[in-house]
Structure formats: C-alpha cells, structure tokens
Design a protein around this ligand. Structure first.
Ligand code: GLN
Length: 578
C-alpha cells in the first residue's frame, strides 16, 4: 500500500507580533492528534542567531531545551505540551542555521562553482529541512516566526510559497493569524489591518486558505464575512480565536469555531471524530478547582518577564490540575529580598506570609543570589515546601553549607572565582570552553535515585532521565562534609560523579534538582515532582489554616473566659473559673 503523503500547514502572522501563533499551532496540532493523526510542528525563525541559547531572556523569553540538547524557541514548549510526541533539534531552525549550512556547503565546493543565492540555495535548504521533518507524519505544521512584511522573513515566505507546487496543491494549506483590534471609543472592531496584512501576504504570492482572528472581543458574523470577502477566503474559513482565561481551553475554543473541521476538509483527510475528553477534563478543573487556590512564591531575577519561566509556570499549573487546585504564582525580585534581609525593620515572614511554597528557578549570574539564599534559609527554617531548580539547587547547597556545615564563606565559582569554599564549581569539561553557544551540559541525561528517598518515592522508580542546561555542579570534595551535616544527595548520575538531586529529611518538602523537570511536564501528564510539590503546598496551606483556626478558637476562648471572669467578679464567683 502506498504511504499517505504528508500534508503541510504553514502558519504566518500579521499586523503585530506576540499574537500567540505558537499556541495556535500547538492547539491545531492537539486537535488533529485527537482525530488520530500523527502530527509534528516546526518553528522557522527568520533571525540570524544560530539558536536562542545565547540570547538574553529580555530578548527572547525562555530557552526551551529538547531531549537531544537543542536550545530552542519557547514555542517548542507549547508544541510538546499540546502534542504527545517529543520535539528535537529538527523542530526549530533559524535563518542563522540555514545560512551557516549554505555557507559551509559553498566552502566545501558543493555548488560546483555556481553563484550562491537566496533563491534557490537558501530557499532549498529551508524546504529540505521541512521535508525531512515531515517524513513519518501525517501532518507537519510550520510556524513562520515574525510578522508578514519583515524583510528577514522573505526567504522563508518564498520557500513555503514554492512548497505548494513542489509537493502538490492538495497537500499544503496556508493559515494566516491576524489581530482584529477593538476600538473602545467607537465600540467597533476593525478589519482593515487584517485586509492589509493579507494583501502583504498575497504580494509575495501566498493566498491564505484560512484566516484566524485574534481578538479581545467576540468578532461578529458581519465582520467575519467582510474579511472573507475582502481577503478572498471562504466564509466558514474565518475562525475566531478570542482571548481565553487559560491556554488549555484554546483547542476547545478553536474546535467550536470549526478550525480542525475546515482544515481536514480542505486537505481532504478523513479522520475519526476528535476525542476532546482530556481537554474538557482540564477545563472542568479550571472552572471549579475543588481544592481552591494555592500561592507559590517564585524568587528570581526576571520577575517582570514571566515569559522567561514559561515552562515552569505551566508545570506548576499542571501540578494543580492533578491536585484539583489552581496555582497562583507570586513573583519576588531576589534583589528586593536582599534589601529586606538587610533592613532590620522588615522581615521575610511578612514578605512570604501569603505564600504556600517557595521556588527558586534556574538562572545565571551573581545578581540577586543573596536574596535567593535568604529565601531558601527562610523556607528551610520554617518548614515551607521548597523546590530549587538548577541554580535553585546550587543556591540551596550554598545556604546549607554556610548555615549548617560551618562553611560561612561557601559560594559558587560562578559568582566568586576565588571562593575559599567553592561548594559549587565549574564542571571539568566546561573549563576549556570558550564558545558560549550550545556548549553547556544540555539535554537528557540519566539520574539514579536513592532507594527510600523522597524523590525515589515521588517518581516511583530508581532511574529517571531529565533535561539539563548548566555549566556548574556540586563540588564533590564537599559532599562528605555536607552529608555529615544532614544534606541528602538523593540523586546522582549513574557513575555517582554528578549530584542531580538534594533533599532534607527533617523538613516537610525540601528538594533541589540540577535538571529542569518543567521541560517534561504536560497538562495531560503532569510531572510527578510538580504534582508532589503542589500537594505539599496544599498541605502547608491547610495546616496554616488550621493553625489560624486554632488560634482564633484560642483567642475566642480567652475572650470568653475574660468575659466570664468579669461577669463572675460581679457576682463574686471568679474563683470557680480556672
Ligand atoms: N548558572 C548555573 C549553571 O550554569 C545554573 C544554570 C541554570 O539554572 N539553568 O550551572
């Protein structure tokens, strides 16, 4: 039997950036998978960096790490969270990578003396990568980064334009995502920017088959029809993607407007009915979380930039789904915590009074590190559930060394190259690295968990595999002294050389991990560590509530007693009250 050809859906964005193209692609992927199709998604980034690994979080948000150690765009995180398969290096490429390959080929003499040009050499390389990825899938969705009209995006648009005649008209669809602004003063939504954006796209030879409208408000039928008519698409191919309360509602919202139905019709694919039950279950938890809300205090450097902790924020929500509660995240600037620590008039108990657990996420550099250490100390001393991720583990080791192992000047060589007690130091194979791009310890590595440890019980197995992105590690020469002081090294690399997990025994929930568990958490399959951490936060919240309740009862009893004493005094019976 002849294999079914792969069908391709290219998604472009217009009018403004940050419209949620990644989420739209991911949701479409989820809808098509729910019909039994094999789906993959590729992010094509037109910028010249080879990968986002060396970009600042201010520029780029989170760097998502795949199993095979690629540092990729955060949209790949969305793809993994909405699809069942794992992403790899091949699912994200940039103009930088494409040009790098073309230039390398030219140096090797592969172009046989020809003039090397954007068309066909760069466009061919783009198409080659998409074809390669699409093999073994029914559907390959290609998200083009940036906005239509960007100069740097032109080779990518040209490549996907050519794609349709290369693989057959019936095998390619173009979806254009645009913004439909709502003008409050006029109480009107405006379709003109969409018309202009589609015109821009048709100028480069691409006529969209479907248009998805992002809008703050519901888009009325009249406006949708107007867009259909002016932009030359079928009436039922203008889909609305209104703002949703939670991103996991998006597949359901898009399905309701017929998105996946239209896609299947247009691509002429016959599938089973979509099974959307798992997404509906999530929606019902979101609508009525039976265990209420909990608050996680996240202490980091990029608090104004929550995009930097994208996967982490999502993983915490997933932990909430399993515990039937909603997770609110309160961000604390670690530099502000440093100031509170120094200021005698302020206390951390006030700062953290509303939180049910503390978390230190991954990060780089010295700035704010003392604030993180102070927060860990506070969590440790007060029995507040604590999770430290990557840099968070490293900070927890420094805190413990300083306060429990008499190493008052313990530090990391990342902050203090000449530290006398470098409990965290550069990994051996990082010492000669002088190229910053793609040289950290990246991707999936195995880790062995100690039998009977908290993490061993949480994972329910003795060997796990998690994703990494770091250069520093726990210095093994301090392991003995720290163990003696009570720190448990409950997870290591199989050769026992690298510390992967730490925990405390005499604390309700205190875990640090050198890896990034957030990268493997999914809404339909939450990561066990986050499920357990959120459960601990719930328990902590409930115990606080019962302590509060107890003290209210106590207070009421004292007041009652006082009242009785006062009354008794009047009748001369005070002595009968004890
Ligand atoms: N800066 C630390 C290191 O490189 C931690 C990195 C991280 O948190 N991802 O080891």
């Amino acid at each position: 039997m002849q294999a079914r050809p792969t069908k391709y859906i290219f998604v472009t964005g217009g009018v403004v950036s940050s419209l949620g193209k990644g989420l739209t692609c991911a949701s479409l992927g989820a809808l098509l998978e729910s019909r039994g199709l094999r789906v993959t998604i590729c992010k094509l980034d037109p910028y010249l960096n080879v990968d986002p690994g060396t970009m600042s979080p201010f520029q780029h948000g989170e760097v998502f790490v795949t199993d095979d150690g690629a540092e990729t765009d955060l949209d790949l995180g969305h793809y993994e969270r909405f699809l069942s398969g794992n992403m790899s290096k091949a699912n994200n490429f940039t103009a930088g990578q494409v040009y790098e390959t073309v230039i390398k080929n030219e140096r090797k003499g592969d172009y046989l003396g020809g003039t090397v040009q954007v068309i066909p050499h760069v466009t061919d390389e783009i198409k080659k990568r998409i074809i390669e990825l699409g093999k073994n899938f029914d559907i390959c969705i290609g998200e083009i980064g940036g906005t239509v009209g960007d100069i740097e995006g032109l080779p990518f648009l040209e490549a996907i334009r050519q794609f349709r005649s290369d693989v057959g008209r019936e095998n390619v669809l173009y979806v254009h995502l645009t913004l439909v602004p709502y003008l409050k003063a006029a109480s009107e939504i405006k379709t003109k920017p969409t018309q202009h954006s589609v015109k821009e796209l048709t100028n480069v030879g691409i006529q969209p088959d479907l248009i998805v409208l992002r809008s703050e408000v519901d888009v009325d039928k009249k406006s949708k029809d107007k867009i259909a008519s002016f932009c030359n698409v079928d009436m039922d191919c203008v889909i609305t993607a209104p703002d949703v309360g939670n991103i996991y509602e998006l597949p359901l919202v898009l399905h309701k407007d017929g998105f996946d139905n239209r896609i299947c019709e247009k691509l002429n694919i016959w599938t089973g009915r979509p099974d959307l039950k798992p997404w509906e279950n999530i929606r019902s938890v979101l609508e009525s979380p039976t265990n209420g809300h909990i608050t996680i205090g996240m202490v980091g450097k990029y608090v104004d930039l929550t995009e930097s902790y994208k996967s982490l924020n999502e993983a915490l929500q997933h932990g909430g789904f399993k515990n039937a509660c909603k997770v609110d995240i309160k961000y604390f600037d670690s530099e502000e915590i440093e100031k509170i620590k120094i200021d005698k008039n302020k206390s951390l108990s006030e700062t953290f009074s509303g939180v049910d657990a503390i978390l230190i996420p991954g990060g780089f550099g010295k700035r704010g590190s003392e604030g993180k250490i102070a927060s860990i100390n506070y969590a440790r001393k007060n029995g507040i559930p604590f999770l430290g991720i990557c840099l968070g583990l490293q900070m927890a080791v420094i805190e413990y060394a300083r306060n429990e192992a008499d190493l008052v000047d313990a530090s990391s060589t990342e902050f203090d190259k000449l530290s006398k007690n470098p409990v965290i130091h550069l990994m051996e194979d990082q010492k000669d690295v002088d190229n910053l791009g793609g040289t950290m310890r990246l991707g999936k590595y195995p880790c062995v968990l100690k039998a009977g440890s908290k993490v061993g019980i949480i994972y329910g197995k003795s060997q796990i595999s998690e994703r990494h992105r770091h250069r520093w590690e726990v210095n093994n020469s301090y392991r003995e002294i720290l163990s003696k002081a009570g720190l448990v090294f409950s997870g290591t690399s199989p050769d026992d050389h690298l510390v992967e997990v730490i925990e405390l025994i005499d604390h309700p929930w205190f875990v640090g991990v050198q890896y990034h568990p957030e990268f493997q958490s999914r809404p339909l399959n939450p990561h066990p560590l986050f499920v357990s951490y959120i459960k601990a936060a719930l328990d902590f919240r409930n115990s606080k509530k019962s302590v509060q309740k107890d003290s209210i009862v106590k207070q009421e009893r004292t007041e009652l007693k006082d009242e009785i004493i006062n009354n008794s005094k009047i009748v001369g019976l005070a002595s009968s009250i004890n």
